[in-house]
Ligand binder design. Structure first.
Ligand code: GAR
Length: 210
């Protein structure tokens, strides 16, 4: 069983997907705490509805990113978290958080990385005019959306799409992919192969259903 801490900043629909998967026993995990850096984040309600403890840690109350991350680490440890999930958490994280949970931080990103990292990935993809878009679940490293990729899901971009339509289609895939990958981790099916000199860490996933 995974002990998860989920970090959010907004709507929290991916958090809801994780909480629903736990409740429906599709995901062998417990969400020990949900932390938002935004006090008004609607996603906090999903946590409360599932009886999960919530915390608001406002990044603006700290002098720098490292101090904010230090507060996150303290709270995650206090709740005995062993894997951290970034589910629409819109802050750049520092080595303080990375080193507290080395290769145990999972992020969901709304593009087929390495295309369109950073903010507004769906708009970047739509504006570029790609014909296939999608989402990526990856382990977090020191770069922006650069860590080892665990899984991706693709969706078509239709001629009739506007950017919100594409965003909605991608989001539906996110809701399936994130809990599924967390379950792979829970089953011990994910192995990180350390980087060779100058190379990238790789992930090997023993797949059942993909
Ligand atoms: C999701 O699309 C997620 O992939 C994205 O923010 C949205 C959060 O939605 N994350 C990023 O762009 C991170 N760079 P949610 O709050 O409803 O889960």
């Amino acid at each position: 069983m995974l002990n998860l801490g989920v970090l959010i900043s907004g709507t929290g629909s991916n958090l809801k997907a994780v909480l629903d998967a736990v409740a429906e026993k599709r995901l062998d995990a417990r969400v020990n705490v949900v932390i938002s850096n935004v006090a008004t984040a609607p996603g906090l309600e999903h946590a409360r509805a599932h009886g999960v403890p919530t915390l608001v840690i406002d990044h603006k109350a700290f002098p720098n990113r490292a101090a904010f991350d230090g507060a996150l680490v303290e709270s995650l440890r206090a709740h005995e978290v062993d894997w951290v999930v970034l589910a629409g958490f819109m802050r750049v994280i520092t080595p303080v958080l990375l080193e507290a949970f080395p290769l145990r931080i999972v992020n969901i990103h709304p593009s087929l990385l390495p295309a369109f990292p950073g903010m507004h990935a769906q708009k970047q993809a739509f504006d570029y005019g790609v014909r296939i878009a999608g989402c990526t679940v990856h382990l977090v490293d020191a770069g922006t959306d650069t860590g080892p990729i665990l899984a991706q899901a693709a969706v078509p971009v239709l001629d009739t799409d506007d950017e919100p339509a594409l965003r909605t289609r991608i989001l539906a895939e996110e809701h399936t992919l994130l809990p599924r990958v967390l379950q792979w981790i829970a089953e011990g099916r994910v192995t990180v192969v350390p980087a060779e000199q100058g190379g990238r860490a790789r992930v090997s996933v023993t797949r059942g259903e993909v």
